[in-house]
Design a protein around this ligand. Sequence first.
Ligand code: DTR
Ligand code: ZN
Ligand code: ZN
Length: 317
Amino acid sequence: MKLPVSGRATATAVVAAATLLATGSIAGAAPAPEAGAIAAAPDLPVANVKAHLTQLQSIATANGGNRAHGRTGYKASLDYVKAKLDAAGYTTTIQQFTSSGRTGYNLVADWPGGDTGQVLMAGSHLDSVTAGAGINDNGSGSAAVLETALAVSRAGFHPTKHLRFAWWGAEELGMVGSRYYVNSLSAANRARISGYLNFDMIGSPNPGYFVYDDDPAIEKTFKDYFTGLGVPTEIETEGDGRSDHAPFKNAGVPVGGLFSGADYLKTAAQAAKWGGTAGRAFDRCYHSSCDTTANINDTALDRNADALAYAVWTLSS
Ligand code: DTR
Ligand code: ZN
Ligand code: ZN
């Protein structure tokens, strides 16, 4: 889904057209914007996001049905994401930790360039519960963060800020990986993180459109995007402190994020504005074996992935 053409997008199109006229060339599909131009965020192909989910489902199926902390399906998921990022030019780091007697891993991917004194991070947890493949929770966030990172590479995007993407281990054991990461930062490196954006469940089958309200500037960025789509949002209240933004927030980092709903029931008022089924959970397969690729609403996944990319572009420029 594409935003209505904005002033920013128009300005970029004019720059691109001027470049084409000046050079007579269209070589290089993604010309770097000229100094002062603000690149428009891309429309992420939802088919690409879904292809990552298909791979995560296959990984779960081949590894006893889950991608949980300390299990082979988790490490295989991490290897899949890492290979894509390495091929796209990221500097990737695996951070290892131990929890409940099992080895866990975070994956951190830095996009070379930008002001490392101002780091914008986007992340998601990559582990599932042991009950199932965890495709909505949280293949959805993991796939959308991955596709955003790949879109940065495809666009040759070189924002003012430094971009860092992360996939957390052992969230389902109590945000273990993300807390380990935050605790292992020096005070100086923690202070360099200007924002952390979290994506945990963004393709719920009976979706709502919830925006975290922790930081006003980040919240406004997401709300602006959905306003442009004509989709109403609500403040996310259900998950306070229940996902990987919590350790960042507790360390004083501005945080935000998106959420399409877990086991709470959609009200009649919510069904009236968003469609779907009132009196039914946003995700009836939350933490269950039926959280498979069939447990995804494509429209929600598409809108939230595009909002993610929009926020990364906007907040890093
Ligand atoms: N995604 C769930 C935790 C959770 C439940 N509600 C919210 C709201 C917002 C973010 C996260 C959550 C899990 O990982 O089990
Ligand atoms: Zn969960
Ligand atoms: Zn989750």
